[in-house]
Design a protein around this ligand. Sequence first.
Ligand SMILES: [Mn+2]
Length: 342
Amino acid sequence: MRINKLRKEIKEVDGFIITNLPDIYYLVGFTGSSGILIITQKDAVLFTDFRYKEQCKREIKGADVVIIRKSLLEEVFNHSVIKPLKKIGFEWSIKYSSYFVFKKGLTGKKLLPLKNKVAKIRKIKELSEIKIIKKAAKISLSSFKEIEAIIKPGIQEREIMIELEYRMKKNGAQGTSFETIVASGPNAALPHAKAGTRKLKDGDTVVVDFGIMYNYYASDTTRTIILGKNPKALKIYKIVEEAQLAAIQAIKIGIPLKKLDRIARNIISDAGYGEYFGHSLGHGVGLEIHEAPGVSGKSEEIVTSGMVFTVEPGIYLPRFGGVRIEDMIVVKDKGIEIITKI
Ligand SMILES: [Mn+2]
């Protein structure tokens, strides 16, 4: 059970106050927009309000539910599950202003910031989670295939975005996992451009970065299309493709994630484009679009079975355009699976 896994990670405190909603969903299944979960070595209590009273009956597993009447935090602080606790953990990532509210409401108790406790468990996906993520990837990719033919000179970036998002939702997405990027021509030199009214032109590089939420899990993929003939764009496309392939081929259990970043970066640097690949190689994907593990030169983790992450090298040439190729990888006990290729 996920809560029990967490209990083993938080032995330094008597109880842990969790406010991060994806973590709360992960631990007890709550999909509402306001709630706080308290985990102790023997109890698990979810505090939420009237709006989610009936929903909780359907969703919550492994925790008691308290429907608050007035103030969420006040009722959490005064509840019997909190009273006997001496050392209380809180998420290191909470707002500074929240910390003051905690401090005031929990006077006489020792407060300890806890870092990445749930993230550490979440980064190793269970088979049931991998199944959902694979489905999310499949829906996004098949939707992209359905609209790929409209990516031609004359169409606006925005129109492509709208068509793709429509198909993704029609095919089962709850929504997008981030704002779909369609960046053409010089706009493609901006790794996180917004889809605008620019009309595609012959010779453009067109970067389409898209993903969905499906059953509360995210997908993330990028494809780059070169319209017509553009030898320079084709050249950088091949370098990015080679960098991605080399990094993917190097993935195996035990290899440091930063090594994957280095492998891809070396290929791009050796080709003379090192300064134009300014972001990390990838990131974990799960309940959130960006989560652990980070796949960058700074990452201190090693590839572990159950990890799901992206491999997305890119080259961005100011005023010219850009190329990014992004796929999602699942690490299995034996080997890996690229789940965004269909
Ligand atoms: Mn990504």
